[in-house]
Design a protein around this ligand. Structure first.
Ligand code: FE2
Ligand code: FE2
Length: 139
């Protein structure tokens, strides 16, 4: 695995985090009805977590002497005020993030930077937890 390919994959993850920040902030503002009580704080929390993940990934790219992307992944963010649709789109987003970080983890196997490996692994595990939480929420 070349460093360039690793930087490209980290940038892919960064693009998804930048999109997640927008999506969760949008849903936190737009969720309506009684579920707003619980879901607005949850979506705000996910937006904050995505911001933290983006910061870690961005700094990792700079450390590798790459240039972090500034644009979010272009996959559309669908407007809705329906909470179950929001949860469905959230699950899709978290599953996508988990898949991309899973690919980064494979590329990092040969890397020597243990700090980088540990940092990305923590994010990867957080995405897997989010996928599981959303699955349970939607039952
Ligand atoms: Fe994330
Ligand atoms: Fe996430």
């Amino acid at each position: 695995m070349t460093t360039n390919a690793l930087i490209d994959k980290l940038n892919e993850a960064l693009g998804w985090e930048l999109r997640a920040i927008n999506m969760y902030a949008h849903y936190a503002a737009n969720v309506k009805g009684i579920h707003r009580l619980q879901l607005a704080p949850m979506f705000d929390g996910e937006a904050t977590e995505s911001l933290e993940h983006a910061n870690i990934v961005r700094k990792s790219i700079v450390k590798l002497e790459g240039v972090p992307v500034t644009e979010r992944n272009p996959h559309p963010i669908t407007h809705t005020t329906n909470f179950s649709e929001m949860l469905q789109y959230s699950l899709e987003t978290e599953a996508q993030a988990a898949a991309v970080y899973g690919e980064v983890m494979i590329q990092l196997e040969a890397a020597e930077d243990q700090d980088l490996k540990d940092a990305i692994e923590q994010i990867y595990l957080a995405e897997l937890r989010s996928v599981e939480e959303l699955r349970l929420l939607m039952e």
